[in-house]
Design a protein around this ligand. Structure first.
Ligand code: ADP
Ligand code: MG
Length: 268
């Protein structure tokens, strides 16, 4: 059984079919990239899975349980985590305190106990920060962190809830190419280690092709292609929807004469 099974999802806004009969599965420990031009319906899909939007049709099953109709908080409780969820308190606390708060909130949810001091979660919080490469920054205020480091703290916060599924809508927006690759490499490592399924969107095709196990392509709400990097790169429908949108797939010169596939890069 798949971790997440999305079937025949449809959602309209007025006359616009934002998502039109979309189905896909995610397995534990795997990264699925959802790509497509602006307005393709990617964020709408995310917001249906996390419960912010209710689809007009379709089903979202997590571990065999229907999520459609549940409140976002109940979906989160079942192990659907999101990055990009910066709490209002985020900037006023240190890196360590933010992760401690997230651990505390999980404990409270599981056992209904209010622990007045978060101190006992210090070790666990430091361990999580270590996993995302932020242990050295534990005592710093979040407000002074570099953008890429904020994303790593968000990852630690999401992991504190021990998610089964992580949703990352444009997690690397605003990052330099090197940072993008690092964040997705980290995500991939954590997903494999912790057996977490990941659904993400990403604009850089290089990053998608390097990190995703599987890719689905949306265009005007419809799923037009699905497969691994090699299949997507060579798909005529995918090339057609990206043609004229400012992103086209152009072969780059191979890095070595070793006969491997030439990586492709979207060209602005
Ligand atoms: P993407 O994330 O792929 O850029 P979206 O899911 O945000 O695409 O949008 C898909 C389509 O749905 C677009 O045509 C967009 O204008 C429309 N849309 C998205 N959200 C809303 C909304 N809340 N109200 C009206 N139209 C919306
Ligand atoms: Mg979007």
């Amino acid at each position: 059984m798949s971790l997440l099974r999305v079937s025949h999802l449809s959602m309209s806004f007025g006359g616009v079919k934002a998502v039109d009969d979309v189905s896909f599965d995610i397995e534990p420990g795997k990264l699925l990239a959802l790509i497509g031009p602006n307005g393709a319906g990617k964020s709408t899909c995310f917001n249906i899975v996390n419960g912010q939007l209710r689809p007009s049709r379709g089903s979202v099953m997590l571990d065999g349980e229907e999520l459609v109709g549940m409140r976002p908080r109940d979906i989160w409780r079942r192990g659907v985590g999101r990055t990009f969820q910066v709490a209002a308190t985020f900037n006023s606390m240190t890196v360590l305190e933010n992760v401690q708060m997230a651990l505390l909130s999980r404990e409270k949810r599981l056992y209904g106990l209010w622990k007045p001091a978060a101190s006992q979660f210090e070790e666990q919080a430091l361990a999580l920060l270590d996993q995302v490469g932020m242990a050295a920054h534990a005592q710093r205020a979040c407000s002074v962190l570099a953008y890429g480091d904020v994303k790593r703290v968000e990852m630690a916060i999401a992991l504190a809830n021990r998610p089964k599924l992580l949703l990352m809508d444009e997690p690397t927006a605003g990052m330099a190419p090197q940072e993008r690759n690092e964040l997705m490499a980290l995500t991939k490592r954590l997903a494999v280690e912790r057996n977490i399924g990941v659904l993400f969107t990403e604009h850089s095709m290089d990053v998608v092709f390097a990190s995703a196990d599987d890719i689905i392509v949306l265009a005007r709400g419809k799923l037009i292609a699905q497969g691994n990097a090699h299949m997507i790169r060579n798909d005529a429908n995918v090339q057609a929807v990206y043609f004229g949108t400012g992103k086209t797939f152009q072969p780059r010169a191979p890095l070595s004469a070793g006969g491997g596939e030439a990586p492709m890069e979207p060209r602005a």
